[in-house]
Design a binder for this molecule. Structure first.
Ligand code: DON
Length: 312
């Protein structure tokens, strides 16, 4: 087998020539203006060795990938009581869909659809000021990646707020069911800011290390979550991380993964690697077109799919 360094370099070279790059999200200027020609990949192995190629050090808007970190933080704060207010089933619907909330009493199907992530943001907010909750999320991600240069792009956060009518509707609807405890605009302030986190593939792969290593940050040896919780977060990423495209992603890639409309994907090969890819063009389900293709090629060449006899 070729070395991992070579596999990663080859994939980046292949993606540079890919003709079908998907469509860049255009609902806010901060995303619409990103060049669809960008591609980055970072693979961090269990022993800390990092392989990167392309635009791996370029910060991008992580958007819904932040839902993995906010879920981790909320579970740490309130524990498994979180599951009284958020389900653990794939929705089979678009990330911002409202339809199931009516028949399911305002309880979102899972923490990765927007409705679920808004409830999780409400839990993190609790009795705090939004600015404190936002600071807590930022500090958490910085400590996971051991990198204080990670920042929240205020221009993106503001634009999310100005165009977030669906999220505002979802939040109000859940508040009507009593599943949002804090004022809607305060909870959404937290949610919009977490979506506006800017990180590079390298930073993101580092931040995901605890999910590769059974809940331990492999760089520091600190326990972030229990082994059981890391396994469960990975299970949710596998079943729900790409919304109505989760089955397709499992079929093609076979790794727990979480996408964002900024074009990033965090994927975890348990015990083997934490992987981040970025290419801003999206497929119709809002997953990076080339990001998914790059991950598909990576697992083909490494055998890392959790469904391989030697994988997982
Ligand atoms: O809340 C939203 O709709 C966006 N800020 C984030 C959505 C997102 O990343 C969906 N994932 N692919």
């Amino acid at each position: 087998m070729a070395s991992l360094e070579m596999i990663v370099a080859d994939i980046a070279a292949e993606m540079a020539d890919a003709p079908d790059r998907g469509t860049v999200a255009d609902y806010i200027p901060g995303l619409a203006e990103i060049d669809s020609g960008r591609f980055g990949i970072a693979v961090i192995e269990a022993d800390g060795t990092c392989h990167k190629a392309g635009d791996a050090d370029e910060p991008f808007s992580i958007q819904s990938i932040s839902k993995v970190f906010s879920l981790t933080l909320a579970l740490g704060a309130i524990g498994d009581r979180l599951w009284d207010r958020v389900g653990r089933e794939p929705s089979g619907s678009a990330f911002n869909s409202i339809v199931q909330l009516e028949t399911e009493s305002g309880i979102p199907r899972n923490p990765f659809i927007n409705a679920g992530a808004i409830v999780v943001a409400d839990m993190i907010l609790g009795a705090h000021e939004p600015i404190e909750a936002i600071g807590e999320i930022l500090r958490f991600v910085r400590s996971l990646a051991d990198d204080d240069s990670i920042f929240i792009d205020e221009r993106i956060a503001r634009a999310e707020q100005e165009t977030g009518f669906r999220n505002i509707a979802l939040a109000n609807y859940m508040r009507a069911f009593g599943n949002l405890r804090q004022p809607v605009e305060r909870t959404l302030g937290v949610y919009f800011h977490q979506c506006a986190l800017a990180m590079s593939c390298h930073q993101l792969a580092r931040a995901g290390g605890y999910l590769m290593a059974g809940g331990i940050n492999p760089a520091t040896g600190h326990s972030i979550v229990s082994t059981q919780r890391a396994r469960r977060i990975n299970a949710l990423m596998m079943t729900c991380g790409h919304y109505d495209g989760s089955g397709e992603f499992a079929f093609r890639v076979g790794l727990p993964g979480k996408s964002g409309v900024g074009g990033g994907i965090l994927a975890i090969a348990p015990g083997k690697a934490s992987i981040a890819v970025w290419s801003p063009g999206l497929n119709p389900r809002g997953t990076s077109q080339l990001g998914a293709l790059a991950l598909e090629r990576l697992v083909q060449r490494t055998g890392w799919s959790v469904f391989e006899p030697s994988g997982g």
